[in-house]
Ligand binder design. Structure first.
Ligand code: AMP
Length: 212
């Protein structure tokens, strides 16, 4: 199964991605996680991407396409993939299409998770991620935030630098201008499924699974 997950920052893509890939045993390809790991490890790619990520801007398309090419080549034998955070604009979507055509592959579904702007801001400001395994939590679900560690791997829970208020505003602008047009692009290809992203994560997963 080959899937793309669309949605504004904070819509719940990362959380849903984790559950969907576990269920179907497909690869989770998150360009955001890949970039954060490269930045954490101070690699050449990480140094190139750092300022864009910090400011909530899109990393140049060429760097992203290279990441995707490598990921697809490395995961050829897997049962499929779920793209989380890619494509992020029309140029990436078209380059992705060319790449899939070359490989003789087709997308099965594009899932668009829809959440109101107020809810998104609430979710992003209370979000913490595990520095080690990238699991996502909300401070509302953690009893003692100060001493909290990742319940899965024991790693430190941190606030993403781009989850600060000013950067959130920029990321939402970028989403409106660059990423939202992908909804119509994939609608035109009869691939789009709209999912109501409100409610708890299990409710949202149930809605997604009905379409897969
Ligand atoms: P995310 O974890 O998907 O919210 O991504 C975090 C940040 O990584 C974004 O704000 C961008 O700076 C960068 N990024 C992630 N995916 C892409 C992409 N497909 N194209 C360009 N930049 C990206």
């Amino acid at each position: 199964m080959r899937l793309v997950l669309l949605g504004a920052p904070g819509a719940g893509k990362g959380t849903q991605a984790k559950k969907i890939v576990q269920r179907f045993k497909i690869s989770h390809i998150s360009t955001g996680n890949i970039l954060r790991n490269e930045i954490k490890n101070d690699t050449e790619l990480g140094r190139k991407a750092d300022s864009f990520v910090k400011e909530g801007k899109l990393v140049p398309d060429e760097l992203i396409i290279e990441i995707i090419k490598k990921e697809l080549e490395g995961k050829r034998s897997s049962k499929g993939f779920l793209m989380d955070g890619f494509p992020r604009n029309l140029k990436q979507a078209k380059m992705f299409q060319d790449m899939l055509d070359l490989l003789g592959l087709k997308l099965d579904r594009v899932i668009n998770i829809d959440v109101s702007k107020d809810e998104i801001i609430k979710r992003l400001t209370s979000r913490r991620i595990c520095h080690s395994c990238n699991n996502i939590y909300s401070i509302n679900s953690l009893k003692d935030m100060e001493s909290a560690k990742c319940p899965d791997c024991g790693g430190d829970l941190i606030k993403r630098k781009d989850d600060e208020k000013e950067v959130i505003a920029e990321r939402l602008n970028v989403y409106e201008k660059e990423t939202k047009p992908l909804i119509d692009y994939y609608k035109g290809q009869n691939l789009l499924v709209d999912i109501d992203g409100t409610g708890n994560e299990n409710q949202v997963t149930e809605r997604v699974l009905k379409h897969l």
